[in-house]
Design a protein around this ligand. Structure first.
Ligand SMILES: NC(=O)c1ccc[n+]([C@@H]2O[C@H](COP(=O)([O-])OP(=O)(O)OC[C@H]3O[C@@H](n4cnc5c(N)ncnc54)[C@H](OP(=O)(O)O)[C@@H]3O)[C@@H](O)[C@H]2O)c1
Length: 328
């Protein structure tokens, strides 16, 4: 080999060039995977918003964008030191001082009730409630009240929180509730004979069930809220690179970190893109009167048939009301 192609003899140059090409292709692919973006210049100035589970991931990016748009945001988190770290970063970046950390552990009804009591002392209105917090595929564990953790945090905790805040949301109408569900609801089934996974536990099935519960809750609540000026919609944020996979060993061992993660990285949304459909559901003026819908990539999408089952939605509502004692 001579002349122009002599450099091909150099192994380091070939290696570096291959890495460069792979990185460029990866970056192009990643750009393409970011999905619908909410770019409307809608102000959230002075709007009072609660975002659950917002010290990381999609929730944190949702708060960051709401802060940029002037909202007063309550970050409802179980880990106050992580929350404070995120809050400080957002306040410094956005210069919005109306961002607050408040303790709310969705695996404890006592903590949820305390959060709501204190919130109602601080604020006389609530414009947007964003039920974002979630736990995925954890080993079997139960909440303080003995509810299977994924059902307990993803659905029951948010069921109680929302119901306790409905009076304020109605008083503040037009107001919105946003429920961060998942495409996983399409694989979900409500196990009416063993809702609490006591006879058997499969972490994937329990997650899918909890996300279907999010969709059914949205459907039933939308009916109950007709004519009140409060809307409720659910969404899938996309497949997003966050800490949600923390319980999935397959993505967390050494081999995965150096081989699997770099390979799947181009196909994941970043957390900022993962927040876009939430922002769309929370802020887009075209959705002022839209309720009981499901979105993905900042547009309406069909839910699975199981998510349209009105009888199941009613059954789940009744059980949730009983378990959470939401009406007392
Ligand atoms: N990432 C995805 O690909 C994807 C896809 C579909 C749907 N989603 C949904 O998107 C939502 C946000 O998830 P993410 O991807 O941003 O994951 P993440 O980074 O793990 O964020 C989840 C948040 O929920 C909080 N949380 C967990 N248990 C809680 C509890 N008991 N009380 C209060 N907060 C609690 C976590 O707090 P700690 O930091 O204290 O644990 C964290 O702030 C979830 O509902 C998830 O199901 C995500």
């Amino acid at each position: 080999m001579s002349g122009t192609f002599a450099f091909l003899k150099s192994k380091p140059i070939i290696f570096m060039s291959s890495v460069g090409v792979a990185l460029s292709i990866g970056t192009l692919l990643k750009d393409n995977m970011q999905g619908g973006q909410f770019r409307k210049a809608v102000s959230a100035n002075g709007k009072v918003v609660i975002v659950t589970g917002s010290n990381t991931g999609i929730g944190k990016e949702t708060v960051r964008e709401l802060a940029k748009r002037g909202a007063h945001v309550y970050m409802a988190c179980r880990n106050l030191s992580k929350c404070e770290e995120a809050r400080e970063e957002i306040v410094v970046e956005t210069k919005n001082g109306h961002i607050y950390c408040r303790e709310c552990d969705l695996s404890s009804f006592e903590s949820i009730r305390k959060f709501v009591d204190e919130f109602k002392k601080e604020e006389k209105r609530l414009d947007i409630l964003i039920n974002n917090a979630g736990v995925m595929r954890c080993p079997r564990a139960v909440t303080k009240e003995g509810i299977e953790m994924q059902l307990g945090v993803n659905h029951m905790g948010h069921f109680l929180l929302t119901n306790l805040l409905l009076d304020l949301l109605k008083k503040s109408a037009p107001s919105r509730i946003v429920v961060v569900s998942s495409l996983a609801h399409t694989r979900g089934e409500i196990n009416v004979t063993d809702l609490n996974s006591e006879k058997s536990y499969d972490e994937g099935k329990a997650y899918n069930q909890s996300k279907l519960a999010n969709v059914l809750f949205t459907r039933e609540l939308a009916k109950r809220l007709e004519g009140t000026g409060v809307t409720v919609n659910a969404l899938h944020p996309g497949v997003v690179d966050t800490e949600i996979m923390r319980h999935m060993g397959i993505f967390n061992n050494f081999f995965s970190k150096i081989i699997v993660r770099p390979l799947i990285w181009p196909f994941l949304k970043d957390a900022k893109s993962g927040a876009q459909t939430t922002l769309y559901a929370a802020l887009d003026p075209e959705l002022d009167k839209v309720s009981g819908q499901y979105f993905s990539d900042c547009e309406p999408k069909e839910v699975a048939d199981a998510g349209k089952n009105d009888d199941m939605a009613k059954w789940l509502w009744a059980v949730s009301e009983k378990w959470t004692k939401a009406s007392t």
